[in-house]
Ligand binder design. Sequence first.
Ligand code: M6R
Length: 369
Amino acid sequence: EKGGYDYFMLKEIAEQPQAVADTLLGRVGPDGLLVLDEMRLSDQELRDITKIIVVACGTSYHAGLIAKYAIEHWAGVPCEVELASEFRYRDPILNRDTLILVISQSGETMDTLMAVRHARDQRSRVLAVCNVNGSTISRESDAVLYTHAGPEIAVASTKAFLTQLVACYLVALYLAQVRGMKFGDEISQIMARLSEMPSKVSEVLGTVEPVRALARSLAAERCVLFLGRHVGFPVALEGALKLKELAYMHAEGFAAGELKHGPIALIDKGLPVVVVVPSPVGQRVIHDKIVSNIQEIRARGARTIVIAEEGDTAVEPYADTLIRIPAVPTLLQPLVATVPLQVFACELAAAKGHDVDQPRNLAKSVTVE
Ligand code: M6R
């Protein structure tokens, strides 16, 4: 049932191009506009929304952090992102014009479910992005956009995460469409780029062998740091979470701009630091800033592992290890940048002899608060 793979996690990583393609399937109507039947909220209701709060846990929360960039950039709606376990304990200001976007692979996570109930009690509308049909969260929400990742068995979320990103991009574009937003690229152009993503993810999967070798070489390390900016920041958080849960190593993700406000003190000789670099084309300014962040940490002895787009030569002098990913639009970069980090954590955990699919102390769906 593992389809020839050693672990479900490896199988699920390999299934990502298909999962992304399946989640994109049939979303565009004959007129080139998006049709999200499952939204079940009228266009008028979506036009009335004044604020979106994304609520989720763990990896799904990281998808939410990325959703915020897409929603604010494309749809122009103010968006906050909150951990479900914090959300209902802080008296959030909610009303009918607040849309709660909940993200949950299982649709059974207790903290997230409680957040849904709290939001509905306050008369907010709830749109759920779920992977499991008929799950409790999908039943209790006003609308559901299903991801089509198929069953995810490994405790560590991989293909569900990529499909959650796709679903969030679709929500952002749909909101942009109904709200008549004007932005540089037309929705159809972005959809065309999204439809290329399955093959871009396949491309990354075809080049991960050196990542596996790197992971094995780091099996004796005690700590790995992850840095990113813009949408690369949640990717860094996700890379760190994967390593914690699978390899039981201290791993932390930071916004690279925060380095000088504290974390740079952690940099020690030989400390592995993974840096997710934004596109030099789409994000020139932050690209250049992160290149200087890489220089700073390397000057202090860090071992730099740099994930950068093909053709980005500026990073070459400062990368002890360079992992190439295809050039894609900035907001979509997490779909390709996360993949090497999943492989990295999986391989490192396997090298340490851990149970990759069933890490200690963890459950696939957390049904207690
Ligand atoms: O089923 P959910 O998406 O609600 O689960 C949320 C988290 O428990 C989950 O993403 C967890 O963080 C994963 N084990 C991460 O790999």
